[in-house]
Design a protein. Structure first.
Lengths: 106, 123
């Protein structure tokens, strides 16, 4: 199975900060990576697919990049509604999620 | 609008059986994969199984093979997840999710999710 490792596990930030979350895969994904946002008590929400394609309706402050085994999710200017947990997911071979990055208020 | 509506929370005893459901609407149900995803408290989601309702093609993650079973009813646009003998370690939130496949074998990202079904197994 492909393993996914996110860093950091917890990220403390303030409104307006630029934040970056990293996801590393145990083998090349050829770009087949997605990012999700999950708020407490809610289901995950797909933000980005194919490493960098923003889903319709997702604010443009979110962006994704990377290929191969290393990927990043960037929020250019953190908004109050962005405090949540973020997961990467590979779908190169079935599916594996990362362990999550909690973005908390500093 | 794509919607996945799951059955309500369940409290069961070890050894009991259980079936939970996920009713889909707003899209052509037979032609999208539907996944079951487990999320344990404080952990990331974990894909368990996928079903393609059109031909009932089913894929299980190896660690769930033989532990659960998945089925679909095209007449009601509903997918099911079933246990024959629950364990305390099955306590978790379970989501169904519609798969957007990159390939015919079910490699999917998940673009719509149900609201989740909390399953609690305790003596």
């Amino acid at each position: 199975d492909i393993q996914m490792t996110q860093s950091p596990s917890i990220l403390s930030a303030s409104v307006g900060d630029r934040v970056t979350i990293t996801c590393r895969a145990s083998q090349s994904l050829s770009g087949w990576l997605a990012w999700y946002q999950q708020k407490p008590g809610k289901a995950p929400k797909l933000l980005i697919e194919e490493a960098s394609s923003l889903r319709s309706g997702v604010p443009s402050r979110f962006s994704g990049s990377g290929s191969g085994t290393e990927f990043t999710l960037t929020i250019s200017s953190l908004q109050p509604e962005d405090f949540a947990t973020y997961y990467c997911q590979q779908y190169y071979s079935y599916s594996t999620f990362g362990q999550g990055t909690e973005v908390e208020i500093k | 609008e794509v919607q996945l509506v799951q059955s309500g929370a369940e409290v069961k005893k070890p050894g009991e059986s259980l079936r939970i459901s996920c009713k889909a609407s707003g899209y052509n149900f037979p032609y999208y994969w539907v996944a079951w995803v487990r999320q344990m408290p404080g952990k990331g989601p974990e894909w368990m199984a996928l079903i393609y309702p059109s031909d009932s093609d089913i894929r299980y993650k190896s660690s769930f093979q033989g532990q659960v079973s998945v089925s679909a009813d095209k007449s009601t646009n509903t997918v099911y997840l079933q246990w024959s003998s629950l364990k305390a370690s099955d306590t978790a939130m379970y989501y169904c999710a519609r798969g957007k496949a990159r390939a015919p074998n079910g490699d999917c990202r998940f673009d719509s999710w149900g609201q989740g079904t909390l399953v609690t197994v305790s003596s």
